[in-house]
Design a protein around this ligand. Structure first.
Ligand SMILES: Cc1ncc(COP(=O)(O)O)c(C=O)c1O
Length: 444
């Protein structure tokens, strides 16, 4: 029995326009607190966070190290602008990221969300081509991959490859060439890699002189439905970009900072992109912060050489380099270095074992894993309405049984906090397995 006069579910339905949500059929789920891998709603019901709160809660919730770091920082400085000054903790973070990042990615531009980090890389790439010693002002297009997702600001939307997210905005988007990525559900990994690289080569041969940058989600296109690229694709892309004078933007907003089992996904193929975008895990999902790292030869094209030159990158966000977020990011990196990364192989193996068991289920197709991401497609019949699809029914079953699972009509995945306990991980998979049995029965 509620004692409060508030009616949060009603207020939620009436006033809160949610992200990526058909609002007409929104069922309020109002969360009040969280602990470890569990979210608790206002009625005290717990839900295991099997999607890490949309891929950002790297360390679960209410983590003592991050809580302490934010609280300590709060007593010193919450925020100062990044215009003409910078918070000490943000300076330390920039140095630390530059030291950790692959190759010579030394220069860090702060923003508040992954979409902005992408937008910044796109703008810096375009401006670089105009300002370098041998300018190429005709390089104004971007190359991206089919089914890609890079965020929802206008630039990031333009390079997206999921029709329902960008088509309606077509008239105001910049020009993008899309190439189909490799898909190991359709062919052998090596064949898919070679075929995708051949498609890329063909595009580069005809229009590299107009392409400022190629943008890729290294290893896993998450929003595409956990589309996992075969080995050799990322390094092949890097090589083609070098051969054809195209900059490479690695969007590691979702896969960076531990998700693939390494600090950086690009590290799996020893690739140094020209721009590296990080977000989500950067503050373990605590506070909004993202970064775009770039290399000296790009940065230097933005330095004025005479007093009357103007090569500045005229871009910035009010909350760039926020001190509280930087403190959360420093604590997250501390946690990685204090053993979290070393413990990952064991958790990744556990995730893999549980996924293997699910793979035997008749409704499960193309079970796949990359680091701490386990995904599988679901057998569907023609004519399922999205709401009654196997994926949606599985997610509803999971919710009823205490697991917050994200699913598409024909796909589900488990992407837990990197420090998930073995028991919580088992419980997530037990519920999914039971849910699969149920949805199959209903189906039959
Ligand atoms: C690969 C990728 N890039 C960019 C973004 C956008 O990040 P944000 O939602 O923080 O703007 C996302 C968000 O899911 C993403 O998955």
């Amino acid at each position: 029995m509620k004692t409060s006069p508030e009616d949060l579910p009603t207020w939620d339905r009436d006033h809160y326009w949610h992200s990526f949500q058909p609002m007409a059929d929104y069922e309020p789920l109002v969360i009040e607190r969280a602990e470890g891998s569990t979210l608790y709603d206002i009625d005290g019901r717990g839900y295991l966070d099997a999607a890490s709160s949309m891929w950002c809660a790297a360390l679960g919730h209410n983590h003592p190290r991050i809580n302490a770091a934010i609280t300590t920082q709060l007593g010193k400085l919450a925020h100062c602008t990044s215009l003409g000054m910078g918070a000490d903790v943000a300076v330390r973070l920039a140095k630390r990221l530059a030291d950790l990042a692959p190759g010579d990615l030394r220069h860090v531009f702060f923003s508040s969300d992954g979409s902005s980090a992408i937008e910044i890389a796109m703008k810096q790439a375009l401006q670089y081509w105009r300002q370098r010693d041998e300018p190429c002002p005709e390089k104004t297009k971007y190359l991206s991959f089919g089914h890609a997702y890079h965020g929802d600001t206008i630039g990031a939307t333009a390079v997206g490859g999921i029709g329902r997210y960008h088509e309606v905005f077509g008239p105001i988007l910049c020009e993008t060439v899309r190439v189909e990525p490799p898909d190991t559900r359709k062919g052998a990994p090596e064949d898919e890699t070679q075929a995708a690289l051949a498609r890329l080569r063909e595009v580069f041969e005809s229009e590299a002189d107009r392409i400022a940058a190629a943008i890729v989600e290294p290893l896993v296109q998450c929003a595409a439905g956990m589309l996992m690229h075969p080995p050799g694709f990322l390094s092949g892309l890097r090589k083609l970009c070098d051969e054809h004078g195209v900059l490479l933007i690695a969007d590691e907003v979702a896969v960076g900072l531990g998700r693939t089992g390494r600090l950086f996904a690009s590290g799996h193929e020893n690739v140094t992109p020209d721009f590296l975008c990080l977000g989500k895990h950067l503050t373990a999902g605590y506070l909004p912060m993202a970064v775009t790292l770039t290399r000296p030869h790009i940065y230097e094209a933005f330095l004025n050489r005479t007093p009357d030159e103007d090569r500045t990158f005229w871009h910035g966000h009010t909350f760039s380099g926020n001190a509280l977020a930087a403190a959360a990011a420093m604590a997250t990196l501390d946690e990685f270095e204090a053993g979290l990364l070393d413990g990952l192989p064991e958790r990744i193996a556990h995730l893999g074992e549980r996924l293997c068991e699910l793979a035997a289920h008749p409704q499960v197709k193309h079970a796949r894993q990359c680091g701490m991401i386990a995904a599988f497609d679901l057998e569907t019949d023609e004519g399922f309405l999205a709401e009654n699809s196997p994926g949606r029914r599985l997610a509803r079953y999971a919710l009823e049984h205490g697991v917050w699972l994200r699913a598409k009509p024909d796909l589900a995945y488990v992407m837990p906090p990197l420090n998930v306990s073995a028991d919580d991980l088992d419980r997530m998979f037990d519920v999914v397995a039971a849910g699969l049995g149920r949805t199959t029965d209903e189906h039959g």
